[in-house]
Design a protein around this ligand. Sequence first.
Ligand code: FAD
Length: 274
Amino acid sequence: MSNISIEFFPPKTPEGAQKLRAVRKTLYELKPHFCSVTYGAGGATQAGTFATVAEILAEGEEAASHFSCIGASTEKVRSELLELKSMGVKRLVALRGDLPSGYGLGGEFHYASDLVRFIRAEMGDYFHIEVAAYPEFHPQSPSPQSDLKALLEKTRAGANSAITQYFFNQDAYLRFVHDALALGIEIPIIPGIMPISSAAQLIRFSDACGAEIPRWLRLRLQSFGDDVESIRDFGVEVITHLCEQLLKAGAPSLHFYSMNQSSAVMQICKNLNL
Ligand code: FAD
């Protein structure tokens, strides 16, 4: 087993599901520690998440289900946790999630720490719980300090490890890990790695989630125009270098946002001899 994990999103069509099976088969060659499936992001359904998680388990791989709580009732969360347990899922990525704008903070869970606390109260230590962390800080956080405190709260509630939002500035990650440790956060903080395969898609995503694309990277990517192959080659080079630096600096492992594609992750891991 290697020191990487790989994230997928649930496909929306039977063709997408078929394509994802092939992508997973290729990526399993990397012997990931676990594969995770997002939940509720981009309008995807919970059923799609659970179905994809079930397929990964049936393929003999360790699967983590993402689980977001915003707007959910305790009954719904309880019954979904029991369903995941009965499927044999032992890992969760516990999140607050995002409501469409204008919905306010409805429901019985306001923060991911509420969910982690609930899972521990209901299910004890059965699940290994990952939570989200933000080296460049969550867009809704009033200050870096309060966002670090939110991670501390999730740790105190019982999180086992954290996966970060993606970033291209390794110093942001290293300083975040340093500051987290100084605050008493001793769980592993695993860098989330976003391979670059499309400039437009990356810019759109990054604007939405608050991840900064440095000026040099944005301008370089834009300079390739529609030359997809050059963007991909350049992206692999940039992300390989980032991963090398992170591993050298002591990152505990790497979590790849595959975007349901295999080629960039395969190439980066090959470059890293993983
Ligand atoms: P929280 O940790 O609850 O933090 C949310 C905000 O509230 C932050 O600004 C934080 O500083 C603040 N906060 C937290 N606790 C308190 C408190 N006690 N008092 C005051 N402020 C507080 N989204 C999906 O919908 N589905 C997914 O599958 C998914 N997977 C993800 C995986 C990873 C690794 C990451 C990094 C993000 C993922 N997201 C996913 C996105 C995530 O749901 C959003 O970023 C969401 O806005 C915040 O979720 P959170 O769990 O970090 O929330």
